[in-house]
Design a protein around this ligand. Sequence first.
Ligand code: TMP
Length: 246
Amino acid sequence: MGESRSPSGEKLYEGKAKILYATEDSEILLTRYKDDATAFNAQKRGTIAGKGQINCAISRHLFEMLESAGVPTHYVDCPTPIEMRVKRLTIVPLEVIVRNVAAGSLCKQTGIELGRVIEPAIVEFCYKNDDFGDPLLSEGRIYALKLATPDQVEEIELMSRRINELLTDFFKQCRITLVDFKLEFGITTDGKIVLGDEISPDTCRLWDNTVEDPQARVLDKDRFRQDLGDVEGAYRRVLEKVAAIA
Ligand code: TMP
């Protein structure tokens, strides 16, 4: 099924999880979700069968939910199950990480124990630059590198906290804990900051809150990063739960 592709224009960029094409409308781009998976800045590579289609569908549901709650996103529609049409953005080169529960690099870098609830949630910024391994930034570094203005940083943080409230509530209804996630923002041609990229088990940590076992509860890319097995099954379960609530 994954092989059909909309007639599209020139390939503009191939990332680790998606390919970006031009379309006949200069304001609209087409993203094609791939089954490829990478971790640890692409030092680990693999494929997750069906991932492109699953992540496209999950992202579509979540973007639609956010839009209906008044959060502007780049989402337009999905012409096929692995493709999403999006508004053309100038990407702000920040990876915005929101953390509700300690996991991942927060535990590794600070010794804080896995699973500790973080209240209020942390919103932190990394430099979206693979050559440097997406390092954690300070506000001073953001301004010195001219990655964003103070007003943009303030607006992005406010939007990220609102998105966190909406996603946390949504996933709670799915009986999933939204542990942490990564967002990217961009600027439309008319100067508005909107949410970009994707929201999927590739970019979120999601724990099944009906399961106690610390490995069995993991429904996200940590199954691939840590070789926990049944990555595709976990992604499918997220889609089933999301689609049932959306
Ligand atoms: P971290 O704990 O490794 O910093 O990751 C925090 C969250 O951000 C986690 O949900 C995974 C997501 N993430 C990405 O989407 N892309 C990345 O390149 C990294 C490092 C993390």
